[in-house]
Design a protein around this ligand. Structure first.
Ligand code: MN
Length: 192
């Protein structure tokens, strides 16, 4: 199987001014393309060749895990964003956020804090366990909650390449501004 990078459902410049066209181009057009190219090269003629990407992430380690997980994580991240989105979650997900974090405001604060406190590169995640309980976790490098048996719902990329061109070292500001791009309809659709 050859993994093909999906085209974003919006223009490269559509997330401005929160994420610049230049960042979307380098981040999705260059970095993400490289992870997918590396993944395809690494699975060729191996037992991983016909696996679903989620299965490769659960079964691999080392360089293959890094490229497979980074390939998956970036698609998950960029497809959670949408110009003109933002607002607040509703339905069962909103109830679970209020139940597990106290309020939507408190959830956003805890999520940004977890992403800001992660030393070095990685991702901050909102995930659910099999009972629907929600968790915020920060994962270093290519880390993904799929490897812990959790269902990922939302992620923010905290690698410097995600924000450095637009925000330099201001990671907390870069993460906080992303709330205005989160498409809660997409996130809610991942919750059962
Ligand atoms: Mn990235």
């Amino acid at each position: 199987m050859i993994y093909v990078q999906p085209e974003l459902p919006y223009e490269e410049s559509a997330l401005e001014p929160i994420i610049s066209q230049r960042t979307v181009y380098f981040h999705y057009g260059v970095h993400e393309k490289t992870y997918i190219d590396n993944l395809n090269a690494q699975i060729k003629d191996t037992r991983f060749e016909n696996m679903e990407l989620e299965e490769i992430i659960r079964e691999s380690s080392g360089p293959l895990f890094n490229n497979a997980s980074q390939a998956w994580n970036h698609i998950f991240y960029f497809f959670s964003l949408n110009p003109g989105a933002g607002g607040e979650p509703s339905g069962e997900l909103r109830k679970a956020i209020d139940r597990d974090f106290g309020s939507f405001e408190k959830f956003k604060e805890d999520f940004v804090k977890a992403g800001t406190s992660l030393f070095g590169s990685g991702w901050v995640w909102l995930s659910a366990d099999a009972d629907g309980k929600l968790f915020i976790t920060a994962e270093g490098n290519a880390g993904n909650p799929l490897t812990k048996g959790l269902t990922p719902l939302l992620t923010f990329d905290v690698w410097e390449h995600a924000y450095y061109l637009d925000y330099q070292n201001r990671r907390a500001e870069a993460l906080t501004r992303l709330w205005d791009l989160v498409d809660w309809d997409v996130v809610e659709s991942r919750y059962f």
